[in-house]
Ligand binder design. Sequence first.
Ligand code: 2AM
Ligand code: CA
Length: 281
Amino acid sequence: MTERDWDALGRQVTQWIKEAGAQLRASLSTPLEISEKSAHNDLVTNMDRHIEKFLIGKIRAAYPEDRIVSEEGFGDGAVDTKGVLWLLDPIDGTLNFVMQKRFFAVSIGIYEEGEGRAAFIYDVMADELFHCICGRGAYQNTKKLAALTSVTIEDSLIDLSATWLKPNRLIHEEIMTEIVKRCSGTRAYGAASLELAYVAAGYLDAYFTMRLSPWDYGAGLILLREVGGSYSRAEGQPLNILSKTSVLAARPGLHHFIAEHVCKQVQGGRFIRELDGGHNH
Ligand code: 2AM
Ligand code: CA
């Protein structure tokens, strides 16, 4: 196996992702074709499919041996992490794309033999690219991100959707109540890749969600690790990058604190149900 030129790959992917972003911005002034997937708020548009095909075309032409796991199903749908694996979401935050026309991203995470190697998360409307080649530091456009330091629960800003605080089938609605009461504030943006990038950039101290797929978190977790952040499933167990899973991502000490809190709640009889159904294709 020849060693890959990751710097060259970084330049290529940056160019592709910005081109995808330009197409997405242009599409906002034309009518979108929108259809529902699993629910009325789980949408897919013609642009999700178009951008996925566009990026897969570029990846396949440059790296024909690599495999791709992507949301709209034009990838390979890998069942293992052998070789180089691209986790690709053409539009992360499709509901935002459709309803707000902002705060959505193109997300690309690249793993080699299961290890994160490079990540690219492009906030299309802000023209802001969070990126890293592992071992060389993480960046927000040209600004290098600082290593994450610790914070107390009282001084933390936590990203948590209200979905997980009302009755639902995945988590007892009161598990996070104490955390919400003690922290400085909560936020929810509706685009997992950007929310993970915000934890990596220190804009948020933690992100907690019960239901993400590999293409949603693949790039974000790589970026987070590069700045010394921690991540796991909700109760702190290691996360398998090909599974549908809960994700808890945070500054290191805070991650431990929240995971421990969740464990105690579960031991006290409150439930968590992991989807863990593997990827969709
Ligand atoms: P998506 O826009 O690519 O579907 C919304 O809180 C965040 O969770 C988005 O990043 C969204 O990604 C992701 N998500 C994953 N599975 C979802 C689902 N079944 N319904 C809604 N959002 C989902
Ligand atoms: Ca998507």
